[in-house]
Design a protein around this ligand. Sequence first.
Ligand SMILES: Nc1ncnc2c1ncn2[C@@H]1O[C@H](COP(=O)(O)OP(=O)(O)OP(=O)(O)O)[C@@H](O)[C@H]1O
Ligand SMILES: [Mg+2]
Length: 264
Amino acid sequence: MKIISIINQKGGVGKTTTVINLASALSQQGKKILVIDLDPQGNATTGLGLSNTEKSDQTIYGILNGTMKISDVIKKTKFENLDLISSNVDLSGLEVETAGDRDRAFILKSKLTAYLNDSRASYDYILVDCPPSLSLLTVMALVSSNSLLVPLQTEFFALEGLTQLMKTIERIKVNLNPDLEIQGILLTMYDRRNKLSSQVEQEARDYFKEKVYQTVIPRNVRLSEAPSHGMPVLIYDKNCPGSKSYYSFTDEFIVQENKIGSAA
Ligand SMILES: Nc1ncnc2c1ncn2[C@@H]1O[C@H](COP(=O)(O)OP(=O)(O)OP(=O)(O)O)[C@@H](O)[C@H]1O
Ligand SMILES: [Mg+2]
């Protein structure tokens, strides 16, 4: 079992789209997946066909404010092997509400540890969809995760934000989670007609080397339509370029995981 956070403090770079479609592709291969929506926007929740207007205690908020256990709030999606802990806007109050708690960065980790110890949870992967900020919620994800997947939009400013993210990750490694690793960087919203896309790609590959996945996710309107139907694009239109790219990314991910597994 591995906990992977999909993280980038920049908004709208494809975090949620990556969570939903990696989860979907892995679940289609028989892997058992739990998605945790850790964003008050609740986009992963609606994108997987569930409601983000439900009672708060049945969500990640209920877990983090101490009223619920993880096993109480896991919901089945209509997709096989794919479960969800949903989110809603109440989660945005957590930072203020826990201001007096010195150990609050560890709440998610301790809840997950308790769950994994107590239950016979059989998930292969827990994927955490992070909000677009370096706030408490993101720190909770960094503290709880084994590794990080960073979607990088191939646009100007993308790399600037990444430098800041890398600094934060280093700080967390030193102080709170020494084993945290970067799983990889996934280039998203790539536009072949735009020279900037290939420039950003080149810079990212020069700097981050083999950490950048070979697969590049193109800009594809089908990817943006799928969430309004409450389903992964892999189910909405499995032959569109967006789907093909997410399948190819997942293949790369699995090869990488098998390598890590055989080295361990
Ligand atoms: N490759 C793509 N091509 C076209 N549209 C995309 C692509 N990836 C994501 N989108 C769309 O762009 C928007 C932002 O994507 P997404 O919600 O995945 O980003 P995010 O990083 O999770 O955003 P936020 O920071 O707000 O959580 C969404 O409307 C999504 O459907
Ligand atoms: Mg999102």
